[in-house]
Design a protein around this ligand. Structure first.
Ligand code: NAP
Length: 270
């Protein structure tokens, strides 16, 4: 079996992650999502098998969020059945409304604090490994006017979080996030390279980078041209030294194994 053995440190937080992480939108939310096709949320047995497979393939990082429906709650129930040393990244600021199926945002200190307290409860943890501000796109305002990273950093000082960061949508926001926290989560793939400057700065300053939407939420992976598009994107992404982990959302065990094999191949050739 081809597996990932490497671990990448996130700044000086003491948290180390596998170069590929498992995204878990599809474990908890099927409304108002951006995937090319509908899907059925896996039941507990399927989800547990997927998580066990991820661990066996060398993945130690799971990415979740309150905005991913009941993803956090399910992980809190399922992960203790696989007593491994998982690193969990969660978020705060975006919330899922199960009635409307839509997202709402609140970056006020009270909301961020109660979100982190709720994540600790849902995930059955005394300390959260990684918490990211889940931006609505107004990155600069969320950081500078609403002080969302200040709130997270205060929770880190109180010992409730090991590493803080922000999932950003702008270069300005990504650079501010790197100045004020341990990592930025950015979109980057062969079709979208607008945030390259954030990757460059992370490398210079020794901060972490998570890549989201490496396969364009599945739209890129549907390209059936002559090129192996998953491999081509991984080759492109893993040659960036700043990348701590590429978070791929999959509920398909064959895709999970394929992604690990292609990530290993890309890393070995980078
Ligand atoms: N922080 C944020 O603002 C933010 C935003 C978006 C996403 N995220 C995080 O990043 C993760 C990834 O983002 P994403 O799920 O939107 O996009 P993605 O990882 O680019 O794409 C996931 C989609 O690609 C498909 N896929 C995966 N591997 C494949 C393969 N080898 N061949 C063909 N199709 C494949 C998956 O379908 P199958 O299930 O069928 O494999 C799924 O529909 C999320 O789960 C979440 O944890 C964060």
């Amino acid at each position: 079996m081809i597996k990932l053995s490497q671990r990448n440190a996130i700044a000086d937080s003491g948290v180390s992650v596998s170069p590929l992480g498992l995204g878990t939108v599809k474990l908890g939310r099927d409304k108002a999502v951006k995937y090319p096709e509908g899907f059925k949320i896996p039941d507990d047995k399927q989800a547990l098998d997927l998580l066990a497979q991820a661990w066996d393939l060398g993945i130690n990082l799971i990415d979740t969020a309150p905005a991913y429906g009941n993803s956090e709650q399910r992980l809190g129930k399922l992960l203790p059945q696989l007593p491994h040393d998982w690193v969990i990244a969660t978020k705060a600021g975006e919330y899922y409304d199960p009635v409307s199926g839509a997202s709402r945002y609140d970056f006020s200190p009270g909301s961020i604090i109660s979100s982190v307290e709720n994540s600790l409860k849902q995930l059955n943890r005394e300390v959260l490994d990684i918490v990211l501000i889940h931006s609505n796109g107004n990155d600069k305002q969320v950081i500078e006017q609403e002080g969302a990273l200040d709130t997270l950093n205060e929770l880190k000082r109180r010992g409730l979080i090991r590493a803080t960061g922000m999932s950003t949508k702008t270069v300005e926001g990504g650079l501010l996030a790197l100045q004020q926290s341990d990592l930025a989560m950015v979109m980057h793939n062969l079709q979208y390279q607008d945030e390259q400057a954030v990757l460059d700065q992370a490398e210079k300053s020794g901060k972490g980078i998570f890549i989201k939407k490496a396969l364009g939420s599945g739209h890129i992976a549907k390209d059936t041209g002559s090129q192996d598009i998953v491999q081509a994107n991984f080759d492109f992404i893993f040659k960036e030294p700043a990348v701590s982990s590429v978070i791929i959302g999959t509920i398909n065990p064959a895709h999970l194994a394929e992604n690990v094999a292609k990530a290993v191949s890309a890393i070995n050739r980078a």
